[in-house]
Design a protein around this ligand. Sequence first.
Ligand SMILES: [Zn+2]
Length: 327
Amino acid sequence: MLQQQTLIPEEERQKESLKFEDIKGHEHEKRAAEVAAAGGHNILLIGPAGSGKTTLAHAMQSILTPLWITEETSGTTQPDFGELCNRTPFRAPQNSIPCSQMIGEGKHIRQGEIFLANGGGLLMDDLRNYKPRVLESLRQSLTQRSISVNSRDRTVVFPACFLLIATMQLCPCGNLGDSFRPCACKPEAVHKYQRRVPRDLLQYFDLVVEVCPVPFSKLNDERECESSETVRARVKAVRSLTRKRLRGKTINCNAEMEPGDVRKFCALDETTKELMKSGMQHLMLTAGAYFQVLKVARTIADLGGAESLTAAHVAEALQYQKKGEWL
Ligand SMILES: [Zn+2]
């Protein structure tokens, strides 16, 4: 099915061309973005206004590979359609988007943003500012990996497998989490603000990462940052490895593994089990988060070329579970 062809405004083009090498500092955040892209893990970037969340989120487009690529079977290589098109789908709908455009609608079934992101990335910048119905449609598509579009006389179900990239500040004034600018919000206003995104949507993020403002010394650093091209090559290698491991299944990446796959491919030794247990208690994580941590640890191990999961992989995956305090 062909995607809708639209003219891309200049501002969007600039966001499209954002690269990792253009972003100074943020090493921890860029690493998390690489893990997310490699494993197909949904990622939420949180932090004060002006910390660079939106820039990072847009730059992720430069390291994404299509969710399904280079199927190698019986020694023959299928065409890599993502590479042929030279584009991974990437959609970044505005906060004001009506639900009908998010889902799709109409007599001739016009596809919405959720379908158009299928096989690529969907960026929701400032997640709390989307309409509740839009967030609900997003939650449904994450649950079902599909989206139902109603027209006058029929319902059509479209596939909706995408990597969700979202950003969020922590309070209405935007300064919470900033070391230099004090937050002017009352505690109840912060609480109300943080509750604007439903818990059952937040639980779909395998990685929740704090984005801290880059210190001046880093902004002035003349050393070259690693390029998006280099990062993307590692992402692609992990995707390819994962597809081989999951051959014969209907899933494409580590994030989509079922509990049975997790038990098979994410086995832990006794020391690592102990670390996992204490980490879960400390962060007050749910059973769902347990599987998320293991899947993310699998991706981290794959990026490092490791066969088995170690304590270091699990410890890093636990770092990305910042949401425990809200769920
Ligand atoms: Zn505030």
